[in-house]
Design a binder for this molecule. Structure first.
Ligand code: FE2
Length: 316
């Protein structure tokens, strides 16, 4: 079987620990033609498909809105994406669809074979998004591989450390502490890894690296695959424990400089906290704020009281 990704020794050695770009050929796969995507949307559980829209200012994360798709089928949603400002997410589509599931398994079998790293909790999200849509500055607790299938986007990846993210804020994400997103300062772009992301590229970054994504003037189709490794789970548990120690005991742990010999105790502590109900964060599930028009899915009807996004600052 031929490889899905191109691998050099540096890719094999750095995978899961470094920011890396790869090339692939999935943009030519029959799995991702327009008709295949429409059929996939129609096979995917209706209530699991998420529709979002967003504001224009990359520092105003409050303008990230979940919507109601109404009765629209896959073809209408694709039309809405082409003509509007939408961002569709089919989460965990590897669990919902046999063909995508087989592809995801093949990807990770290859990653395990090339790197010797074991992977688990693989979650493949299919993202279909409008020209000029963007995703606000945020970070993910798992590791991520991002695959570009169609369209062009700019991906900005920032170092996973202060000032880009503080220990306190990183812990807050792990603890699902609140709805507050990370603060973003456009001046940080100077230190970011900026990738002009085109079909046939795959990008993976250091665990917890903050990132933001700006579609260029084209419909974008991408795969965002989260996964864990034993080392990534270890780090996630240390962050979780640090968060509890800071909030409950007033300690000031620092992920980068706290003694490594404490980490096994922190991992056990984090597991115990999770087993006994976990840290009680205040993050609330997103509520839908708009509905797609019945006949023109690119037209959005916002609920009363929602600050309707208006074009101002571009996300670059
Ligand atoms: Fe992300």
């Amino acid at each position: 079987m031929t490889d899905i990704l191109t691998w050099t020794d540096a890719h094999k050695a750095g995978f899961g620990r470094e920011n890396l770009t790869f090339t692939h050929d999935l943009h030519n796969s029959p799995l991702f033609t327009d008709e295949a995507l429409i059929a996939l949307i129609d096979r995917y559980p209706r209530d699991k498909l998420e529709v979002f829209t967003m504001g224009y200012d990359p520092t105003n994360w409050g303008q990230w809105f979940l919507g109601r798709r109404g009765a629209h089928d896959g073809r209408a949603l694709m039309e809405g994406v082409k003509a509007g400002r939408l961002w569709l997410n089919l989460r965990k589509v590897n669990h919902a669809d046999a063909d995508i599931g087989a592809l995801c398994e093949a990807m990770f079998a290859e990653i395990r074979a090339k790197t010797g790293v074991s992977t688990l909790k693989e979650d493949l999200g299919l993202l279909i998004s409008s020209p000029n849509a963007h995703v606000f500055y945020h970070l993910d607790i798992p590791l991520v591989t991002l695959w570009q299938i169609r369209g062009v986007k700019h991906v900005y990846v920032y170092p996973p450390k202060a000032p880009y993210v503080s220990d306190h804020d990183l812990e807050g994400v792990a603890l699902r502490e609140s709805d507050e997103q990370l603060r973003f300062d456009p001046a940080w772009d100077a230190e970011a890894m900026k990738v002009e992301f085109v079909p046939g590229q795959m990008l993976t970054w250091k665990q917890n690296a903050p990132h933001r994504i700006v579609n260029q003037d084209s419909v974008n189709v991408s795969l965002s695959i989260e996964f864990m490794t034993p080392a990534a789970i270890w780090r996630a548990n240390v962050i979780y424990a640090n968060g509890c120690l800071r909030r409950w005991l007033g300690l000031k742990p620092a992920l980068a400089t706290s003694p490594k010999w404490l980490e096994p105790f922190k991992v056990v502590f984090a597991r115990l906290v999770k087993m006994t109900g976990g840290y009680n964060g205040n993050k609330s599930p997103l509520k839908p704020r708009f509905t797609l028009d019945e006949t023109r899915p690119e037209v959005l009807h916002f609920d009363e009281g929602v600050e309707v996004p208006v074009p101002s600052k571009r996300a670059a």
